[in-house]
Design a protein. Structure first.
Length: 416
């Protein structure tokens, strides 16, 4: 008796994704990042300064609000990924969650614009993280749903480029809109308009109800643990991503203080802007090229290992060549390394997923390896700078952590 064919939603894709689909997916991805980074870069800080109670530092308010949002993000991403895996709508598994997420995110940004107290601000930001992570989890899972392995490096590159541009666009909208309220409204409008072409113009593969996994909280929560013993490639790939992202976060966390206290730059704020621009230019210049190159040669590991070495060298420059030209070179190298890593590692991650039925949840768990370093880096960096050798020691530790992550990619057996 022959085995029935897998439904399209659970099949391994074989046809190349079209340019229109890739463009709309990238635009939607960038729009979600506008909704995150307009607030994170500009608006939340301004709002914290306005709403901080007397005697409470605005920095403490901002840290508390963003920390609460980060905690929501790490739970929401795999949770909504799991729910999208189980969605048997005629509109597909992912599209309903993308639409609901961006509409909810826009509404949450509007609510955040009207926050008059710190608790209301925290609630609004947590709702932004909850809803936009629902959309992000679904749209990330669409790549292994729709893109064959031989094309995932290129698509990952375009998605990575869109995310970087989303950060820039969100910062720009928040800056030029004309105030906190107008900034939030501008970001909310961009989130919706940027996601609509993907939702409206492309058919999302539907999951037949008969093939839907069990939709119970016990089944959903049980799936949050993926045994590294049963799926070692996924475990090593997750650890590689976590360590390289942690090394990058450690390198960038105290950049302003490094310029002010170590290099004694007269305008450290402007220096950070220059270094950020250099980093962004080299990152954008390599993120798509690296993914295309990886697809062409059919290999991922050498690229991840090579970019880890490049980023280690860049961080080593901050430790050993403590001058302004050294910082410029480090920023450029970090951009080159992280650009290629962003696209190639994304493709690698999609190739170690255990099962098509759980792509959304599994990609959500993988995304924790991006978010968790942002929480861990401050806890590690502060004692190193204050008690264990200062900035030279910090950048040596960052280099070692990133290099370890790159070397561990060699433990992956199922992806070349």
């Amino acid at each position: 008796m022959s085995r029935p064919a897998a439904p399209e939603a659970l099949a391994e894709p074989t046809e190349r994704a079209g340019r229109g689909w890739t463009a709309s997916l990238s635009l939607a991805n960038g729009a979600i990042w506008v909704g995150w980074y307009g607030p994170l870069q500009i608006l939340l800080a301004l709002q914290a300064a306005e709403l901080a109670p007397p005697g409470t530092a605005k920095e403490s308010v901002l840290a508390w609000v963003t920390g609460a949002g980060a905690a929501v993000s790490m739970v929401a991403n795999p949770l909504f990924g799991a729910l999208s895996d189980r969605t048997a709508s005629r509109f597909g598994r992912r599209a309903p969650w993308v639409l609901a997420g961006v509409l909810g995110g826009a509404a949450a940004l509007v609510l955040l614009a009207g926050a008059g107290t710190v608790p209301a601000m925290a609630l609004g930001w947590c709702l932004v993280q909850l809803t936009l992570n629902a959309a992000f989890a679904a749209i990330t899972a669409a790549v292994p749903d729709r893109v064959p392995q031989r094309q995932r490096g290129a698509v990952g590159g375009w998605v990575g480029a869109a995310q970087i541009l989303g950060v820039v666009a969100g910062t720009g909208l928040a800056t030029v809109a004309g105030g906190v309220v107008a900034g939030y409204l501008a970001c909310a409008g961009f989130v919706v308009l940027g996601a609509l072409p993907y939702v409206l113009a492309h058919r999302d593969p539907a999951l037949p109800a008969a093939r839907r996994p069990a939709l119970t909280w016990r089944a959903v929560l049980a799936g949050f643990w993926i045994s590294p013993r049963r799926h070692p490639d996924l475990g090593w790939a997750w650890l590689t991503r976590f360590l390289i992202n942690l090394g990058n976060a450690l390198a960038l966390l105290y950049l302003l203080y490094y310029l002010r206290d170590v290099l004694h730059r007269p305008d450290p704020d402007g220096g950070v802007l220059v270094l950020t621009a250099v980093n962004a230019v080299t990152l954008l210049g390599t993120v798509v090229v690296g993914g295309l190159w990886s697809d062409r040669v059919g290999r991922r590991q050498p690229f991840v290992l090579g970019t880890g070495v490049i980023m280690t060298a860049a961080t080593g420059l901050l430790a050993g060549w403590q001058t302004w030209p050294g910082a410029l070179c480090a920023a450029a190298l970090l951009g080159v390394g992280f650009g290629v890593f962003t696209s190639v590692d994304f493709a690698l991650m999609t190739e170690v997923l255990p099962a098509a039925a759980h792509r959304g949840k599994d990609m959500g768990l993988i995304n924790i390896a991006n978010a968790l370093p942002q929480v861990a880096a401050p806890a590690l960096a502060a004692p190193i700078v204050q008690h264990l050798g200062g900035y030279r020691a910090l950048y040596c530790v960052a280099a070692a952590v990133g290099l370890l992550g790159a070397l561990l990619v060699r433990r992956i057996r199922g992806v070349a």
